[in-house]
Design a binder for this molecule. Structure first.
Ligand SMILES: Cc1cc2nc3c(=O)[nH]c(=O)nc-3n(C[C@H](O)[C@H](O)[C@H](O)COP(=O)(O)OP(=O)(O)OC[C@H]3O[C@@H](n4cnc5c(N)ncnc54)[C@H](O)[C@@H]3O)c2cc1C
Length: 423
């Protein structure tokens, strides 16, 4: 039997991966009136191992792109829960509640952050993608081969039944991106990478009345943290993450430490006494942005986790994936206008991403290293928990990066100590 050769699909822009980064790039291109092909190996709705916290940054960016999207997300109260702050718990058990906004009024304002299962959140983004006529979306296709051509790239699945030729390739295929590793040369660096596990529980008690997400800094998981993030209908996303070089050095089995923490940790186990485990404990990697990397080259751009853009302190990656997706779309527009897809022209993408995320990543990395000293974390938590003005000041740091930089300035803490001693 003669098998007809597959006719390659011809397009200018292809995005591989339809998670938050890829979907954001496609939706931004749509808003700019530029068609694209979007491909994902999964058929949606699909799960993604994550803590499910949707930060204020992610919510603000999506609201900027399409206020209706965020409005419909907020209406889905069975799928998302509004989060009003973060509870930081030091190794000695001292809890510090830092609201995202100070003061806040739950009855009058939309929540600054959310927690929503990625199964639901990503599906909502995909619904938006499906309603955009300029996005040609192919689900259930895993791209295995990338071949450089005279005009750009030819990509295909394993058996060659799906082939696309494009001039610009946007890789948003996540933490295990084959292209990022093999073609772009972004090897895994354990000092700038974290491993994490998460599971869904029901009836973890008590949860914060204003749905603060909880980060517990434990001596056993350092640098890293154990988290409890509330979800609707009595569920919670519970997990544990740690820097990969320490996991390796200390030969830590994250899944075991996680289950042991839930069962036996003196500060946490009682909260799980009536809780039921509602899912398997699943793990995944987090490529951290603490080491700046090249994220573009001839005819390609790396977005989100594929470009190692996760915050090294918080593990937040959804907001940065969306941000880089938007910037990639705007860069693609410039490429089309100038017909220039060269590595030197695409460097402008790296520079813009570095401008909007670079200082934040650097600061988060400094804070990650600072919090490695339990005595220091305990001391700071003790100070902050006793002084309302400090809580208010630190709350303002969520949105004011210049102010946040004070956290790693010894002079700032010196002034705080002076005020605590003499006021
Ligand atoms: C345990 C854990 C907890 C986390 N908690 C949080 C949190 O609470 N908040 C937060 O903001 N971030 C969190 N993160 C980080 C966050 O999950 C990622 O930063 C975010 O998902 C990045 O989005 P992305 O679009 O770059 O990649 P992804 O969301 O991973 O999407 C990549 C997409 O590419 C597709 N794909 C992959 N390979 C191929 C291929 N070869 N062909 C076709 N398609 C392909 C996949 O199916 C997937 O849909 C956490 C991560 C982990 C591991």
């Amino acid at each position: 039997m003669y098998i007809w050769p597959v006719q390659p699909l011809q397009t200018q822009i292809v995005i591989v991966g339809a998670g938050p980064g890829g979907a954001a790039a496609a939706l931004k291109l749509h808003a700019l009136g530029i068609p694209c092909v979007l491909i994902d190996q999964a058929v949606f709705p699909r799960d993604k191992v994550c803590g499910d916290a949707i930060s204020g940054k992610a919510a603000t960016l999506l609201n900027r792109l399409d206020p209706e999207f965020m409005a419909s997300f907020r209406e889905r109260t069975d799928q998302q829960i509004g989060a009003w702050g973060i509870q930081f718990v030091a190794p000695n058990g001292t809890a510090v509640d830092i609201p995202f906004k100070f003061p806040y009024d739950k009855d009058r304002e939309p929540a600054p952050g959310y927690v929503a299962k990625r199964l639901d959140f990503d599906q909502l983004l995909i619904e938006k993608v499906l309603s955009a006529d300029s996005i040609q979306f192919h689900q259930g296709i895993r791209i295995e081969h990338y071949e450089r051509t005279a005009l750009g790239y030819r990509i295909s699945n394993s058996d060659g039944t799906f082939i696309v030729d494009c001039t610009l390739l946007i890789l948003a295929d996540g933490a295990n991106s084959g292209f990022a590793r093999k073609e772009a040369g972004l090897e895994k660096d354990l000092r700038h990478h974290a491993g994490a596990v998460r599971a869904y529980f029901k009836n973890v008690e008590p949860l914060h009345p204003d749905n603060f997400i909880e980060l517990h800094y434990l001596k056993e998981v350092n640098p890293g943290y154990f988290w409890i993030f509330p979800l609707p209908n009595g569920y919670a996303n519970v997990g544990l993450g740690m820097r990969s070089d320490f996991i390796k050095k200390q030969k830590i089995n994250l899944r075991e430490v996680f289950l042991q923490t839930v069962k036996e940790h003196p500060l946490l186990a009682h909260r799980f006494s009536r809780a039921t485990l509602e899912s398997p404990v699943l793990g995944y990697g987090l490529p951290l942005g603490s080491r700046p990397r090249p994220i573009s080259g001839d005819h390609y751009l790396l977005v989100g986790d594929a470009g190692h853009l996760i915050d090294p302190l918080t593990g937040e990656g959804i907001g940065n994936a969306i941000y880089s997706g938007f910037i990639a779309a705007e860069q693609a527009q410039k490429c089309l206008e100038t017909d220039d897809y060269s590595a030197s022209f695409l460097k402008a993408y790296d520079q813009r991403v570095a401008r909007v995320l670079g200082s934040e990543m650097k600061l988060s990395y400094q804070l990650q290293r600072m919090l490695r000293y339990p005595w220091l974390t305990n001391t700071l938590a003790n100070w902050i928990s006793r002084h309302h003005w400090l809580v208010e000041l630190i709350s303002r740091m969520y949105t004011d990066l210049e102010l946040r930089k004070q956290l790693v300035n010894p002079l700032f803490w010196g002034r705080v100590l002076k005020k605590l001693l003499f006021s």
